[in-house]
Design a protein around this ligand. Structure first.
Ligand code: RIB
Ligand code: CA
Length: 314
């Protein structure tokens, strides 16, 4: 069997971040070497608390570090309308049994990269603040990053402004730095994640698995769907799980290489990710942009992952 891919999870859990982490922890193809919280859908205090509770629920034993107080330049932009006031409203979660290490997120990332015999893949599912901080503080470690599989942006649409997706809009300066870094990027943006819909009948399949983690995942999906149903979605778009699924089962996704620039200025377009789909510029591609997926296959991955928590694992 091939060796699992070493990964570092960085997110602002968040219902779909939590489901992404559930998928990562369940997969024998991935090895979680570290976790960090980022200020995104809620304050850093709340996302760190949620990261601790989610890691406890899932049995993730890698070290956790708290991220920066806020974006590199901009002010924080919490989104209680999507994930609730706690940042992860919905089912009761265990009291955290995980303590953050006494290091900033970017320093834990640096330690994991430096100590790993193989390059490590970063999986950010929130604003790119911590990853940018790592690149600024430790440019010498760039070659230790195998790639960045991120949820953010969209070359065809925004969701927080007409032009910008939430994670990129919260910290466009960080995203700009990351996309210019030369590190290979796989971008799970809205182009694909708006198609990564989990329908109510899929929630029922997950709930029917009958194990405690599956029950919580089904509750998270119900909660997350509540907001989306009200604005016309047929299911819950589990954005962040696509960034993990693309590592586990790339065959489920259609990707195109292109140059992606991040707009940091502009009255209407701050935070937009501009994809050069038709190679109109001189820039070499800097990202593999995911544009489509096998939805049923994606949902099956989530179901199988949730089922694995009933197989006597701790
Ligand atoms: O735009 C989708 C992103 O914002 C996801 O990372 C999700 O967690 C939300 O907060
Ligand atoms: Ca997120």
């Amino acid at each position: 069997m091939t060796r699992p891919i070493p990964i570092f999870l960085d997110g602002d859990p968040g219902h779909d971040d939590a489901i992404a982490w559930m998928l990562a922890q369940a997969s024998p193809l991935l090895d979680i070497r570290g976790v960090s919280s980022v200020c995104g859908n809620q304050t850093i205090e709340k996302t760190t608390w949620n990261a601790r509770r989610v890691m406890t629920l899932l049995g993730i034993r890698a070290p956790l570090a708290q991220g920066r107080k806020g974006p590199l330049v901009a002010e924080p932009m919490p989104a209680p309308g999507i994930h609730g006031e706690s940042g992860l409203d919905g089912p009761a979660l265990p009291e955290p049994a995980v303590e953050p290490v006494d290091l900033p997120a970017c320093e834990l990332m640096a330690r994991v990269l430096a100590e790993s015999p193989e390059p490590v893949t970063l999986v950010p599912t929130g604003p790119l603040t911590n990853v940018a901080a790592l690149l600024l503080a430790h440019p010498e470690l760039k070659s230790r990053i195998a790639g960045i599989s991120l949820m953010g942006g969209g070359v065809t649409q925004g969701n927080w402004t007409p032009a910008a997706e939430f994670n990129i809009l919260v910290d466009p300066e960080a995203a700009d730095l990351v996309f210019r870094s030369g590190v290979p990027i796989t971008m799970a943006g809205l182009d694909v994640t708006e198609q990564a819909l989990v329908f109510p009948e899929d929630f029922a399949r997950i709930r029917a698995l009958g194990n405690p983690v599956a029950g919580v995942v089904a509750d998270w999906l119900e909660f997350f769907y509540g907001f989306h149903r009200n604005i016309g979605y047929a299911g819950a778009p589990v954005h962040d799980a696509v960034a993990v699924a693309a590592l586990i089962a790339p065959e489920l996704f259609r990707m195109e290489e292109m140059y992606v620039a991040v707009e940091t200025a502009g009255e209407y377009c701050r935070g937009a990710t501009i994809g050069d789909r038709y190679h109109l510029t001189d820039h070499a591609p800097n990202a593999r942009v995911i544009l489509g997926l096998d939805r049923a296959g994606f949902v099956q991955l989530l179901v199988d992952a949730a089922a694995s928590y009933g197989e006597g694992r701790t």
